[in-house]
Design a protein around this ligand. Sequence first.
Ligand code: MN
Length: 266
Amino acid sequence: MEGPIRVVCAANDAYAKHLAVMLTSLLRNRKSATPIAISVIDGGGLSPKNKARLRRAVKPYGAPLDFLRFDNAKLKGVTRAKVYKRYGKEAFYRIFIPELFGRHVKKAIYLDSDMIVKGDIARLWRVPLGGAFVAAADDPSAAKMSRKLGLPPGRYFNSGVLVIDVERWRRHRIATKVIRYILRHAKDIRFPDQDGLNAVLHGKTKRLPIEWNCPAFRSHLHPKLRILHFMTPKKPWNRNPRGKRLYLQYAAKTVWTDGAAEGAAF
Ligand SMILES: [Mn+2]
């Protein structure tokens, strides 16, 4: 694969620091010299101060970070979805990733901000998609959600880690189709972007091993986990989920306020 490993994220001010912690873990655990380019989708929810802090957080690792302007008008109507308020608009940004890049970008990894990356991101980048639109790991609620959405039993992925075939996604106008699904099911969508992505992409996905997107509450069952994901509302910054210690370790190494590592702030 030519070009850098392309990592895409989305955040607002409430999540900016957690994004910095996630990126710090990712950059500290990379094993290969392949360049990494980070893009943060910005729909206006990030203050100039937090943008500068994010740049500062990744600077020691030599990975460029840029911001991709997102026009929230693309989400017109989506605000009607019941879950919209609870998750915020940033959750929907990933659907549009292929539209935010030029034609030269063929592949991208999307990552949530509420996670710690322990594995080498280059290994995830090299996962062959083999004609799939996306590679993603099963969601813990897969049994229930696949039934609810009328999908094949157990097939329902978590959208916190996505390896996207950007070209294919664009060609088949996946963003338009997913938004259309969300609008049609606005009343009973359970997970903002995730239901629509699963409904539109089912049968066209590749299953990632759970180690690449492991729910924090199951992390003790997967000693070789590569990405720890604080999937539930129990986040290490407000409660005591499994994996909190790991989060705090990386938070302590994250350059955030005034150029110092976070350290004693917790
Ligand atoms: Mn998440």
